[in-house]
Design a protein around this ligand. Structure first.
Ligand SMILES: C[S@@+](CC[C@H](N)C(=O)[O-])C[C@H]1O[C@@H](n2cnc3c(N)ncnc32)[C@H](O)[C@@H]1O
Length: 209
């Protein structure tokens, strides 16, 4: 294993995952939805804790792996609004959150297409928006996220490196192009302070100024 790969493996395994998250990963695997990698999950938890977040929007619930990390980091009264188009994924996520010991009122699960649901959420009402659903829709999610975040709120985008494709100019498929466009918009936005975190498959983090 080269140094880079060894460092990456070490960083991803640095904090062991508990049985609730590992079980949710198995379910996600069966459902065919890919959860955040361990390093990205842990980074989400730390960021949510640093924000003392009480309100978050998650776009792409899956089986609830990232939802669990978010809620673990958020204030004890914190509520995550999490959107997914697949009812089966929401059923699985509900079970994950219950197994993790969260009261049902801590998660508002809205089943539907993100671009139909997001316009119904309150402007400036959220401490965190986490984007992890359909890659080709990332540019549109970003527009909503910037509207939904309060000033000082945190935007987090998963798969910012998209398995090495974003950094490779030869990759021009729709998903890669959409992620690249989203990253560029964030980087060039005058009121965002941005950092590319290399945890997991890349987490772009930005504070709304
Ligand atoms: C990568 S998975 C999310 C994984 C989750 N964040 C985690 O870490 O456990 C992407 C999810 O987005 C959902 N999805 C795909 N297209 C969507 C859309 N247009 N609107 C809402 N959800 C969508 C899929 O059903 C899937 O559960």
């Amino acid at each position: 294993m080269g140094t880079e790969a060894a460092n990456w493996a070490y960083a991803e395994d640095f904090v062991e995952e508990d049985r609730v998250v590992l079980a949710a990963r198995d379910v996600a695997d069966q459902l065919g939805c890919v959860p955040v990698l361990p390093g990205a999950g842990r980074a989400l938890e730390v960021l949510a804790r640093a924000m003392r977040a009480t309100t978050a929007v998650e776009i792409g619930t899956g089986a609830g792996v990232s939802t669990t990390y978010l809620l673990r980091g958020m204030a004890p009264s914190g509520v995550v609004t999490t959107i997914d188009v697949e009812p089966e994924h929401h059923k699985a996520a509900r079970r994950t959150l219950q197994a993790a010991g969260f009261a049902p009122e801590r998660a508002r699960l809205i089943t539907g297409r993100a671009l139909d649901v997001l316009p119904r959420l309150t402007d400036g009402g959220y401490d965190i928006v986490f984007i992890d659903a359909r890659k080709s829709e990332y540019p549109a999610y970003l527009g909503h996220a910037l509207r939904l975040l309060r000033v000082g709120g945190l935007l987090v985008i998963d798969n910012a490196l998209w398995h090495g494709r974003v950094a490779d100019p030869a990759q021009r498929d729709q998903d890669t192009t959409a992620i690249r466009e989203t990253l560029r918009t964030v980087r060039e936005h005058e009121s965002l302070t941005v950092a590319m975190l290399t945890a997991g498959d890349g987490l772009l983090a930005a504070i709304k100024g």
